[in-house]
Write a new protein. Structure first.
Length: 335
């Protein structure tokens, strides 16, 4: 039977702090559609995490959260600038364009998942013409798809010129907990000029839930109607908010991510295969040919070949030092 311990951080179970909060919320009767006291408390916990006065909504899917956020920032004849390997460009099956009624995605270059400021300057400098979708928003990801972490200054170097050109900014934080555990200051996000942030709950050890944080409150007008139309306004909203309460109030959101990051560093140290990208969060990417990958699969370990041709191993809150050592031994056996 294949082991999926390192296939993705989505394959892990939910953390006890999240489950305990769900059980605590499962009592009595409440109002629906996110108007309940649990949802309000979850939103307050998110605001405290970010030290921000923002609107917060909880949804079931990171893809939906990203796509709806971008649809709120762009008109159908406009485009979003993002790293060419960003999740919105490669793994969301056209959802931003679907929810945005045709909005475009423009992929930008950059090493290890971080957008190169020079690569951003080119589309920002282009004149508006009727024959292409001009950019209206910049989408950033922290931690990136390759497990690297933007610093505050690196984000500012991208956000400031985008804002100067009138673009809005979306931040995909599917692995924001891992970025925080690596030293990124979450309280810097609002002052940097991010308009909408998605905080990943699922990958951080929660049940299926993501938080949409709307810093620009003007965008919150009729946002619930947008969510309802998209099938993302859950009737029992308390069960989407509760895991955030459990993980944020306990500090497990960052503490569990710190463990995942540490396990990635442990695995990187054990790997006999060359590393393709710096190990800054909870991902390890190695150079591995196809015969070696097949040997790994036959040995019972599942791993993906990623967009750049490397093989990816993701560490979650639930992996143990023992499981890391087992995988490390398997890698040495097939090398």
């Amino acid at each position: 039977m294949a082991r999926y311990d390192f296939a993705s951080d989505n394959t892990a179970p939910a953390a006890p702090e999240a489950l305990e909060a769900l059980i605590a919320a499962n009592s009595g009767f409440t109002s629906g559609y996110g108007t309940d006291a649990v949802s309000a408390r979850g939103a307050e916990a998110v605001r405290a995490l970010l030290d921000a006065d923002a609107e917060v909504r909880f949804v079931a899917s990171g893809t939906a959260a990203n796509a709806i956020a971008l649809a709120a920032l762009c008109r159908p004849f406009e485009a979003v600038l993002a790293h060419q390997h960003a999740h919105v460009c490669t793994d969301e099956t056209g959802a931003p364009g679907f929810f945005g009624q045709g909005l475009g995605l423009v992929g930008l270059p950059g090493a290890s998942g971080r957008i190169d400021p020079a690569g951003l300057a080119e589309p920002l400098g282009q004149a508006d013409v009727a024959h292409r979708q001009s950019p209206a928003a910049l989408s950033l990801t922290n931690a990136t798809e390759y497990g690297t972490v933007y610093s505050r200054d690196q984000l500012a170097a991208l956000i400031e010129p985008a804002k100067a050109k009138g673009l809005s900014v979306h931040l995909d934080g599917a692995r924001l907990a891992n970025a925080a555990a690596a030293g990124f200051d979450l309280k810097a996000i609002g002052p940097l000029g991010v308009d909408i942030l998605v905080i990943g709950g699922t990958k951080a050890g929660m049940t299926a839930t993501e938080a949409v944080v709307i810093f620009d409150r003007a965008l919150a007008r009729r946002f619930d109607a947008r969510l309802k139309q998209a099938g993302q306004l859950p009737s029992k909203g308390r069960f989407y908010a509760a895991p955030f309460i459990g993980m944020l109030d306990s500090g497990a959101f960052v503490a569990r991510a710190a463990h995942a990051n540490a396990m990635a560093r442990r695995l990187a140290a054990l790997s006999p295969f060359p590393l393709r990208h710096p190990v800054e969060a909870n991902a390890v990417f190695v150079e591995m040919d196809e015969p070696a990958l097949r040997r790994l699969h036959r040995a019972g370990w599942f791993a993906y070949r990623f967009l750049d041709g490397s093989v990816r191993f993701m560490c979650s809150w639930a992996v143990t030092p023992e499981s890391v050592d087992e995988l490390g031994a398997a890698l040495k056996a097939i090398a």
